[in-house]
Design a protein around this ligand. Structure first.
Ligand code: F6P
Length: 322
């Protein structure tokens, strides 16, 4: 293998830069040329290829976002778009691709492999942690630390005013940010898409819960079936008007910021492993870390399911929040 390309795609996540750095430097160590593709699959279609050398990834391990920029490409969903992308890869003599992104990125890669024989290896870059084949995706640890930091601040004011706060966190399809973030802040309740939202049960818990608790924090995942924090808060307010209720949507602050130490280390390991996987002839697999070891999961398995929630964690949440 003489030349590879690397791109970041989908929603950005803290640690993507650390992963990119590892990809570029591992390739250069093995005497493989590297090109970066800007703006994800859109850049593949529009020929936004740039030469990367060891210096081009200096001083980025600690930076959030992605220096290559990213996009959710609509054009790559079309056969015409994918054919243009292939023509550009052939023009630049690319023999392997590292795609850093989430399930949309890997579904795109799978579709692309129907018209291309260029091997692709993925690194799981998403704050949602919603991929099978890795214990932690790139950016998840930083995102839950951001949630914990923000909600600690909300707890201070909630406590001063004896208020009930509904805090909405990201996670379109998965409640893992809500679950771990919620445990970390000692939330009174955590509402996630993986379990049925029982408003009656929530109201009962608020009515019967420890009365001398002055602040209450309910963490809601944005993808929850009840329609998010505002809708749930509305229903609770009607039934429990005595509560002084507020809603906070944390939003995109969860996607930014310097990656945590854990994200930097995991991202570096996965970027390093992705290049060596390409050299070993692997394709259409996602690199992950399971029980501290590097594992490879075929794209179709990585994207098909959501991670199962640990039932022990769920049980613990309801006991600790009494
Ligand atoms: O996939 C990561 C994610 O942050 C989700 O949690 C969230 O629903 C979505 O991206 C938001 O996407 P956008 O930045 O395109 O609005």
């Amino acid at each position: 293998m003489k030349k590879i390309a690397v791109l970041t795609s989908g929603g950005d996540s803290p640690g993507m830069n650390a992963c990119l750095r590892a990809v570029v430097r591992t390739a250069i160590y093995h005497k493989i040329e590297v090109m970066g593709i800007r703006h994800g699959y859109d850049g593949m279609i529009n020929d936004e290829f740039i030469v990367m050398d060891a210096k081009s990834v200096a001083n980025i391990i600690h930076r959030g976002g992605t220096i290559l920029k990213t996009a959710r490409s609509k054009e790559f969903l079309t056969l015409e778009g994918r054919k243009r992308a292939l023509a550009n890869l052939q023009k630049h003599k690319i023999e392997g691709i590292v795609a850093i992104g989430g399930d949309g990125t890997f579904r795109g890669a799978l579709e692309f492999s129907k018209i291309s024989t260029i091997p692709i290896v993925g690194c799981p870059g998403t704050i949602d942690n919603d991929l099978i084949g890795t214990d932690f995706t790139i950016g998840y640890d930083t995102a839950i630390n951001t949630v914990v930091e923000a909600v600690d601040k909300i707890r201070d004011t909630a406590e001063s005013h004896d208020r009930l706060f509904f805090v909405e966190v990201m996670g379109r399809d998965a409640g893992l940010i809500a679950l771990r973030g919620g445990i970390g802040v000692g939330a009174e309740s955590i509402i996630i898409p993986e379990t049925k939202t029982d408003i009656e049960y929530l109201i009962k818990r608020l009515e019967n819960g420890r009365k001398n608790k002055s602040s209450k924090i309910i963490i809601v995942a944005e993808g929850d079936e009840a329609g998010g924090a505002f809708k749930i808060a509305e229903q609770v307010k009607t039934r429990l008007p005595d509560y002084d209720t507020r809603v906070t949507i944390l939003g995109h602050i969860q996607r930014g910021g310097n990656p945590s130490a854990m994200d930097r280390v995991n991202s570096s390991r996965m970027g390093f492993a992705a290049v060596e996987a390409l050299m070993q002839g692997k394709s259409n697999v996602m690199v992950g870390i399971i029980d501290k070891n590097i594992e490879y999961t075929p794209f179709e398995n990585a994207t098909k399911h959501l991670q199962e929630l640990n039932p022990d964690l769920m049980r613990m949440v309801s006991i600790l929040s009494l």
